[in-house]
Design a protein around this ligand. Structure first.
Ligand SMILES: Nc1ncnc2c1ncn2[C@@H]1O[C@H](COP(=O)(O)OP(=O)(O)OP(=O)(O)O)[C@@H](O)[C@H]1O
Ligand SMILES: [Mg+2]
Length: 479
C-alpha cells in the first residue's frame, strides 16, 4: 500500500448523542389538563414545563429549547390557532401538537396547514398520545442531530452535502479522510445509487488536488474507440473523423482526479491501455508518436463485483490489482436504515429550498414507510421519492399518500382517497391531474415541450395547468 502523505487524526468519533431527557412545554389554561399531562409525561421520562396562556408560553419558549410543544387550541385571549404561527416563526424547528376538543375539524386542518405536527382530541387515548409524542420528539431530535452532524462533518472533513451516521458510513468517512491526501488509486464499490460519485468528489475535495479538475467519465457507456479517443485524445487524421487534434481527459485532469465510473464494463483492449497509464502515468495520443506524462489520480467505481468479473474472464486481473489499492465499500441503504431519517431530512431541506418552499416534514407513518422499505435504488431512489413528495405537497406535512405506492404498499386510489377524505370528485380529479402532470414532467426531465408533446396537448395548455396548479418547475442543474 502506498504511503499516505499525512494521515489525519481520526480519534474523534461520531457527534455526541443527545443525553438529556426530552423536554416538553404544555400550554393549556385548564389546570386539570395540565396536571394529568404532567403526571403522564413525567412518568414517561420527559422533562415537563407548564404555561397557562399563550403569552407565558411564548416567553418560556424564548428562554429555553424544547423538543415539543403541546398547545391547546381553545386558549382564552389569544387562541392556540393565533399563537401557532408566532411559535413557528420564532422556533420553526420545534414541533407543535395541538390539543383540541371534538367537533373542531376545520380548526385542526388550519392548524396543520400553519405547521402543527399533529393533533390530539380530548379526551385522549394515553397510548396513542404517547406514540404521537414519541414520534414527534424522535423526528425533532433527528433533525437537530442532522444539523449537528453536518456541522461536524464539515469541520472535520470538509464534506459538504454528505449525510450519514451509521457505523458503516462513519467508517467510510474516516477512510475517505485517510486516503484523500495521498495519490493512491481508489476503487469505490457499491450498488447503484449508494453515493459512489459523491464519495469520489469528497476524496478529491479533501485532497491537495482540490483546486485542480475533477473529471468524471462513464467508461461503461461508450464504445471502445470513442472511449479511447476521449481518454487519450488524438492527433489530426488519426481516424476518419479526426479533423483536428484533441486533448484527452487524462490531460484535462492533469494535476487533478479522473473519476472512471462503471469500470467493469470497459472492453479488454481499453483495459490494457489503461493499465499502462496507471503503471507509469504516460500515454500517447491516438495516432501520435510522442509520450505524454501526466499527474492524475484515478478513482474508479463499479456497481458489480469486480473480483467476480475477473473470475469470469471479463476483467483483467492485473488491472484489478492496480485499481484495488484502496477499496471503499458503500453499503446498500437497507443495510444502514438508521441513515434514512437523516437523509430524508437532508433531501426535504434541499428540495424545499430549491423550490422556494417553506420547510417540509414527513408525517410519522410516511417516515415509518421509508424506514421499512428495502430501497433497491438506494439513496438515489430515496432522493427522488422525497423530491416528488415535496413538489406534490401543498402544505408543510408530507403524508404517506404522497409517497410512491410501491413504497407504502398502497394503491394510487387508496392514496388519493386518504389524501382527500372529504374532497369533492372534482377536487380529487384535479389532484389526479396534478400528480400525473408532475410525474410526466419528472420523466421528461422537466422539459415542458416534451411533456406537452407526449400528452398531445398544446404547450400553452400545459403551461396554464402548471400555473393554475401551482406546480414548481424544477431546474435540473444540481451541481
Ligand atoms: N450519504 C449521502 N448523503 C447525501 N446524499 C447522498 C448520499 N449518498 C448519495 N447521495 C445522493 O444520492 C444520489 C446518488 O448518488 P451517486 O450518484 O453518488 O450514486 P452512485 O453510487 O454513483 O450511483 P450509480 O451507480 O447509479 O451511478 C446523488 O444525488 C447523491 O448526491
Ligand atoms: Mg454514479
Amino acid at each position: 500500500m502506498p504511503e499516505l502523505d499525512q494521515p489525519l487524526n481520526l480519534s474523534a468519533s461520531s457527534p455526541a448523542p443527545f443525553s438529556t431527557s426530552a423536554s416538553i412545554l404544555v400550554i393549556d389554561d385548564e389546570a386539570g389538563i395540565r396536571e394529568s399531562l404532567e403526571v403522564l409525561l413525567t412518568l414517561e421520562g420527559y422533562a415537563v414545563t407548564m404555561a397557562n396562556d399563550g403569552e407565558q408560553g411564548l416567553h418560556i419558549l424564548d428562554l429555553e429549547n424544547f423538543d415539543l410543544v403541546l398547545l391547546d387550541l381553545a386558549l382564552p385571549g389569544q387562541s392556540g390557532l393565533e399563537l401557532l404561527p408566532q411559535i413557528k416563526e420564532r422556533h420553526p424547528e420545534t414541533p407543535v401538537i395541538m390539543i383540541t376538543a371534538y367537533g373542531t375539524v376545520d380548526n385542526v386542518v388550519e392548524a396543520i396547514r400553519a405547521g402543527a405536527e399533529n393533533f390530539v382530541q380530548k379526551p385522549w387515548d394515553n397510548e396513542k398520545l404517547m406514540a404521537d409524542i414519541r414520534s414527534a420528539v424522535a423526528r425533532h431530535r433527528a433533525e437537530e442531530e442532522n444539523l449537528q452532524l453536518k456541522r461536524t462533518l464539515k469541520q472535520r472533513y470538509n464534506f459538504t452535502n454528505i449525510v450519514g451516521k451509521s457505523d458503516v458510513m462513519l467508517r467510510v468517512f474516516d477512510l475517505v479522510a485517510q486516503v484523500a491526501p495521498s495519490r493512491s488509486t481508489v476503487l469505490i464499490q457499491g450498488e447503484s445509487g449508494t453515493g459512489k460519485e459523491l464519495i469520489a468528489k469528497a476524496i478529491h475535495a479533501n485532497s491537495p488536488r482540490r483546486d485542480k479538475p475533477f473529471v468524471p467519465i462513464n467508461t461503461g457507456a461508450m464504445p471502445s474507440e470513442l472511449l479511447e479517443s476521449t481518454l487519450f485524445g488524438h492527433v489530426k487524421g488519426a481516424f476518419t473523423s479526426a479533423v483536428a487534434s484533441k486533448k484527452g481527459l487524462f490531460e484535462v485532469a492533469n494535476g487533478g482526479t479522473l473519476f472512471m465510473d462503471e469500470i467493469a464494463t470497459m472492453g479488454m483492449d481499453t483495459q490494457a491501455k489503461i493499465l499502462r497509464v496507471l503503471q507509469d502515468r504516460r500515454f500517447m495520443h491516438l495516432g501520435g508518436i510522442q509520450e505524454i506524462q501526466v499527474d492524475v489520480r484515478i478513482i474508479a467505481a463499479t456497481n458489480i463485483d469486480l473480483r467476480q468479473a475477473v473470475r469470469d474472464g471479463r476483467f483483467r486481473e492485473d488491472l484489478f490489482y492496480r485499481l484495488n489499492v484502496i477499496t471503499v465499500d458503500l453499503p446498500p441503504l437497507r443495510a444502514r436504515r438508521e441513515d434514512i431519517p437523516l437523509l430524508t431530512q437532508h433531501f426535504l431541506d434541499f428540495y424545499a429550498n430549491e423550490n422556494g418552499l417553506a420547510p417540509r416534514k414527513l408525517s410519522a407513518d410516511a417516515m415509518r414507510a421509508l424506514i421499512d422499505y428495502d430501497w433497491p435504488g438506494n439513496v438515489r431512489e430515496l432522493e427522488n421519492s422525497i423530491e416528488r413528495g415535496v413538489v406534490l405537497s401543498s402544505g408543510p406535512v408530507i403524508g404517506s399518500d404522497l409517497l410512491p405506492g410501491h413504497i407504502t404498499g398502497r394503491s394510487f386510489q387508496d392514496a388519493l382517497l386518504e389524501h382527500n377524505p372529504n374532497a369533492s370528485l372534482f377536487d380529487i380529479l384535479e389532484d389526479i391531474e396534478r400528480r400525473i402532470i408532475v410525474e410526466k414532467l419528472e420523466r421528461c426531465n422537466w422539459n415542458q415541450t416534451d411533456a406537452a408533446e407526449q400528452f398531445r396537448i398544446p404547450l400553452s395548455t400545459l403551461n396554464q395547468k402548471i400555473k393554475r396548479m401551482n406546480i414548481e418547475i424544477r431546474k435540473r442543474n444540481r451541481e
